[in-house]
Design a protein around this ligand. Structure first.
Ligand code: IPE
Ligand code: IPE
Ligand code: MG
Length: 254
């Protein structure tokens, strides 16, 4: 490998060399600090392409990378992605098994690069139900990237909003906190540092929350994209942010 090609490879790993990209369409002051995405439509994408469901999940996993990059480029601080819900265990066992393997493969393959790009990775959800191999990878990814600050990527895995609220209530009760304040309750959630998403995006045309971030999304703006998740790209993220930037938020006031 020549030095020039090595440098170019390193630059692309670091996400450099894209300075020539056209100016963002969104005024940077209107870019949300926190965005959450319900990555839906892998199954329908696979069917439309005559492929098995697992191929849809793999294509979906690949789609995440560009979106994470662009979010970081635009100055988003927290990006939360819904990768497996507490209800997704109801799917056929083959699909669930395949997804668990895919999650481990993804962590092995993508975390070093995300780390090089300054992404801090955190997981939210009920970890105890995941298998030991996956849990070990989750711990490792969180430990490795703990010092990064460019973008925080929260991966919601075995996550349910109601379960999160119940788990927080149980944790507070165990500590004898009978009447928590909002701040105390938030601190007891899976990650009390996660900023409420200003914008929640759902792909695949479905218009519901499916038990995602119920506490945190109380005042989120919702954006529904018709694209199946594997087809959702960085420009679609930017279009969602541009739409968000044009909205007026009132929080119950005037
Ligand atoms: C989202 O895609 C991924 C997970 C829920 C794990 P789906 O698998 O739900 O895709 P559709 O909704 O069946 O098309
Ligand atoms: C929500 O999608 C969960 C994830 C994207 C991980 P689902 O496909 O499970 O949601 P429903 O069943 O259509 O509401
Ligand atoms: Mg779905």
């Amino acid at each position: 490998m020549t030095i020039a090609s090595r440098l170019s490879a390193a630059r692309s790993v670091l996400g450099l060399g894209r300075a020539a990209r056209s100016q963002p369409r969104v005024p940077l002051a209107r870019v949300p600090e926190s965005i959450a995405i319900i990555m839906d439509g892998n199954g329908r994408w696979a069917r439309a392409h005559g492929l098995p469901t697992g191929a849809g999940h793999r294509a979906g996993a690949r789609a995440l990378k560009d979106v994470v990059r662009r979010a970081g480029d635009l100055g988003v601080r927290d990006l939360t992605v819904f990768s497996f819900s507490t209800e997704n265990w109801r799917r056929p066992q083959d699909e669930v098994d395949d997804l668990m393997v895919l999650f481990s493969e993804m962590i092995d393959r993508e975390v070093p690069e995300l780390h090089a790009e300054g992404v801090r990775i955190r997981f939210i959800g009920r970890r105890t139900d995941l298998d030991a191999g996956l849990r070990a990878r989750i711990d490792e990814a969180e430990g490795l990237t703990a010092g990064n600050s460019r973008l925080r990527l929260f991966i919601a895995m075995n996550y349910g909003g109601r379960q999160e609220i119940l788990d927080a209530a149980a944790a507070l009760a165990a500590r004898g906190v009978a009447e928590p304040t909002e701040d105390e309750f938030r601190a007891a959630l899976y990650d009390g540092d996660l900023r409420d998403p200003e914008l929640v995006i759902r792909t695949s045309g479905e218009q519901r929350l499916s038990n995602f971030l119920l506490w945190q999304s109380a005042y989120s703006e919702l954006y529904f994209s018709p694209a199946m998740w594997p087809d959702f790209g960085a420009d679609d993220l930017e279009a969602a942010i541009a739409d968000y930037a044009s909205r007026e938020r009132r929080f119950g006031g005037r």
